[in-house]
Design a protein around this ligand. Structure first.
Ligand code: HEC
Length: 120
């Protein structure tokens, strides 16, 4: 749990900080895309241990969950490409696309805050 939690938190920070470090955007975005490969194994481990805010729907809809990982990965790659091109407008658009892909997975597969295992 903590591994992916930290990873996700770092991604959030990167997204925010990218605004200040345009040169590093492509690099960070590619690292985020590479991190996509870690999501499925990390959640498998987390769900087995029970200490997670991931919903059990991940199991019953594994195909949908993998699709959400793919969407996130391609959004991160798109951001890397846009940043590398130096086109600020395209980069901003790609950032929003990546932000949307987070929600694309959180909405169906993450428990709302009030139901968090951390509150128990
Ligand atoms: C493929 C699914 C998926 C994608 C894509 C995804 N997340 Fe998550 N994320 C989850 C799930 C499930 C949880 C709840 C798991 C937990 O906290 O135990 C979570 C939890 C989090 C948390 C809380 C961590 C904690 O310790 O409570 C943050 C912050 C987060 N995600 C940020 C992001 C950001 C930013 C992105 C996009 C750049 C993103 N996530 C993309 C599935 C995803």
């Amino acid at each position: 749990m903590s591994a992916i939690g930290t990873n996700m938190g770092a991604i959030g920070d990167i997204l925010k900080n990218q605004l200040d470090v345009p040169g590093g955007v492509a690099n960070h975005a590619n690292q985020m895309a590479d991190a996509a490969a870690l999501i499925a194994p990390a959640f498998k481990k987390q769900l087995a241990e029970g200490a997670t805010d991931a919903k059990v729907e991940i199991w019953s809809d594994w195909t949908g969950f993998e699709k959400a990982i793919e969407d996130y990965e391609s959004a991160a790659r798109a951001l890397a490409a846009a940043a590398a091109s130096g086109d600020a407008g395209a980069t901003g658009k790609a950032m929003r696309g990546l932000g949307k892909s987070c929600g694309g997975c959180h909405k169906p597969y993450r428990k709302p805050k009030e139901d968090s295992y951390k509150n128990q």
